[in-house]
Design a binder for this molecule. Structure first.
Ligand code: DC
Length: 207
């Protein structure tokens, strides 16, 4: 079984993807990590993130060990990722790896922005996870505060809106709900309720 989960930043798709993979005994790939690692490598090498050729070259040389970098999950890496993700050269370099991962038995849950639309258009189940920008910003701010990082809510909200704008309006595989994806709005749901709703979608898709 292949489950495609797409949606904007901080909507809860990562948590849902991890739990679904555990629940159904599937592999899991957080595809955002690929773009984050490319952004990080380019910065370390002093390369221009807006240079499509340089970004494509780094993407083609990406190795699994690059995904283990310590601070790939932070805000800064997310911003770098969103910038390199606009280049068709980068996206093309990552397609085969993601499709091979999805096809490897027993199947997988992949989460990202273009899984249902571009990477796995024939996925068995497609879920588009979303939530209001305000609730997503509130969750991110609370997560950071819990780690002792005092970042103002307004700044997080502005970053989220900027990332939504860039991810949705780029020409290469923009963030978009696939026509056959089921929308899961987590605005009023906690993590457990969101997971239960995702399981219900998977079960309904397999009747
Ligand atoms: O899911 P995330 O926050 O880790 O993603 C970081 C950025 O990477 C996101 O803003 C856009 C890009 N991305 C993408 O373009 N396509 C994907 N499948 C996953 C992430």
């Amino acid at each position: 079984m292949i489950i495609a989960i797409d949606g904007p930043a901080a909507a809860g798709k990562g948590t849902i993807a991890v739990k679904l993979a555990q629940h159904y005994g599937l592999n899991h790939l957080d595809t955002g990590l690929l773009y984050r690692a490319i952004g990080r490598l380019m910065t370390e090498q002093g390369l221009d993130l807006d240079d499509p050729e340089a970004a494509g070259a780094v993407a083609r040389q990406l190795r699994p060990k690059d995904l283990a970098h310590a601070d790939l999950r932070g805000r800064e890496a997310g911003e770098l990722a969103s910038r390199v993700a606009v280049h068709p050269e980068v996206r093309a370099a990552l397609v085969d790896f993601q499709r091979d991962f999805a096809r490897t038995p027993p199947g997988a849950v992949l989460d990202g922005r273009d899984i249902g639309t571009a990477i796995c258009p024939n996925a068995d189940v497609k879920i588009f996870v979303t939530a209001s920008p305000e609730v997503r910003a509130r969750r991110r701010t609370d997560e950071l505060n819990a780690k002792g990082r005092d970042v103002p809510y307004e700044r997080i909200l502005a970053e989220i809106l900027e990332r939504d704008e860039r991810d949705s309006h780029r020409s290469a595989a923009p963030l978009r709900q696939a026509d056959d994806a089921i929308r899961l709005d987590t605005t009023a749901l906690d993590a457990d309720a969101a997971f239960q709703a995702a399981v219900a979608i998977v079960e309904a898709g397999h009747e």
